[in-house]
Design a protein around this ligand. Structure first.
Ligand SMILES: Cc1ncc(COP(=O)(O)O)c(C=O)c1O
Length: 408
């Protein structure tokens, strides 16, 4: 068979790069161009963006690494041992899991690459991965890039986006290998409840599957909800790969530090392939990550601000005629059903043109997202600044609602 393109077919779903006319917030130049022109970008899940928010402890640790450390040299590809120890201590403190920093933890340049690394050794071409719909776009794209097949499992908005084991069972075939969750979920902010996870875990064990649990948003779970780490559930430590990030809760996306935690048979392969897949994470960033993970003040301070932001976003947007908002149980994201106003693409386009604000077209998050938009309420340091921008968003949505005859 002759190939007509030098690009492997596994990449056929990758769009929005250099040559494609598709405009998306997180690929290609779209967001960069809009930022240059003074638009507000609420489309990157990046707390406090674009304002300064580097904690003093993290700044000091990185400067100390530059002044007195070895910033110009690699750490081991699997990550600095001091950072892996800090990560293990944190996991013990938050979950009770006793992970060995020399056997169960690998540091990655952000959790996006951690997620791809996590999946790589699990999948042969044609294997199937069950991915809730809606969820983080990489959950689908990564699987395709690896030559495997994402199979979406619908989550029901009317039922609080709960995990429904019967839906997973309907989607399971002989080729199913992996269940991939973003927990809490992006874009809905849903915190999966203990009962749902216990039921899913028992089903995963019964069917001899592996769970990849992306917990990038785990640090800020609100309303006294419980953040359950699936690896702590019966039979799950030996079949769960947990993926973490310092980008979201700690608000340090620019450092590009994530980490993957798993049992020894998985980690044997991750450690072996680290030099090929990971390279090594930035030495200065790892020093900053140690300080961030050890500083007990950062998470509570960020949380207090993000709760204010959530209140502002909800107040301004939940009652717009034609909009149905999902109450964000975690994190920094607001998920809006705009089906009465238009498709997600149409509404996002209207907001760029009329409010000069970039949000995400929900279609990127799965088939059920097509009539939704996602926006990041965690942007800006000040809730007042967010209020100014969302007031423009509200006005633009009200215009659309009026055009659709939804406003008197
Ligand atoms: C669910 C989820 N996982 C992982 C990531 C990647 O984050 P990072 O690579 O900055 O750790 C994101 C970023 O938006 C995300 O939303």
């Amino acid at each position: 068979m002759t190939r007509t393109s030098p690009i492997a077919t596994r990449f056929r779903h990758v769009t929005g790069g250099l040559l494609s006319p598709v405009s998306k917030a997180d690929v290609g130049e779209t967001a960069g161009r809009l930022l240059e022109q003074g638009y507000d970008v609420l489309a990157w899940a990046d707390p406090f963006f674009p304002d300064r928010s580097l904690p003093a402890s993290v700044r000091a640790a990185m400067l100390a690494e530059i002044e007195a450390g070895l910033p110009e040299h690699y750490t081991m590809p699997i990550g600095d041992l001091g950072l892996r120890r800090t990560i293990a201590a944190r996991i013990a403190a938050t979950t009770g899991l006793q992970v060995d920093p020399q056997r169960h933890v690998i540091v990655t340049p952000g959790s996006d690459s951690g997620l791809l690394l996590a999946l790589m050794p699990l999948l042969e071409p044609g294997d199937e991965v069950l991915v809730p719909d809606p969820s983080y776009p990489s959950n689908v794209r990564d699987v395709e890039i690896l030559g495997a097949v994402p199979v979406t499992v619908p989550l029901d908005a009317a039922d609080g986006y709960r995990l429904d084991v019967a839906a997973f069972e309907r989607a399971r075939t002989e080729r199913t290998r992996v269940v991939l969750l973003s927990h809490p979920n992006n874009p809905t902010g849903t915190v999966f409840r203990r009962e749902w996870l216990e039921e899913l875990a028992a089903w995963i064990v019964a069917n001899d599957l592996v769970l990849v649990s992306d917990q990038a948003f785990e640090d800020h779970v609100y309303d006294d909800l419980e953040m359950v780490t699936p690896a702590t559930l019966p039979g799950m430590w030996e079949r769960t790969i947990s993926v973490y990030s310092i980008s979201k809760g700690l608000g340090l996306s620019g450092l590009r530090v994530g980490y993957v935690v798993a049992d020894t048979p998985f980690m044997d392969v991750y450690y072996g392939a680290a030099v090929n897949v990971v390279g090594a994470t930035s030495t200065v960033s790892q020093a900053g990550a140690v300080a961030a993970l050890q500083d007990p003040t950062i998470l509570p301070a960020n949380r207090a601000e993000l709760l204010e932001h959530r209140e502002v976003a909800w107040r301004l947007l939940h009652d717009v005629p034609g909009v149905r908002a999902t109450w964000p149980e975690s994190g920094i994201l607001l998920w809006l059903d705009v089906s009465a106003l238009g498709s997600g693409a149409e509404v996002a386009d209207h907001l760029v043109r009329n409010a000069r604000v970039l949000v995400n077209d929900g279609a990127a998050y799965g088939p059920s997202g097509a009539d939704h938009v996602r926006l990041v309420f965690g942007c800006y340091r000040s809730a007042a600044q967010l209020e100014t921008v969302l007031t423009r968003v509200r006005a633009a949505l009200l215009e659309l609602a009026a055009e659709r005859g939804l406003v008197e």
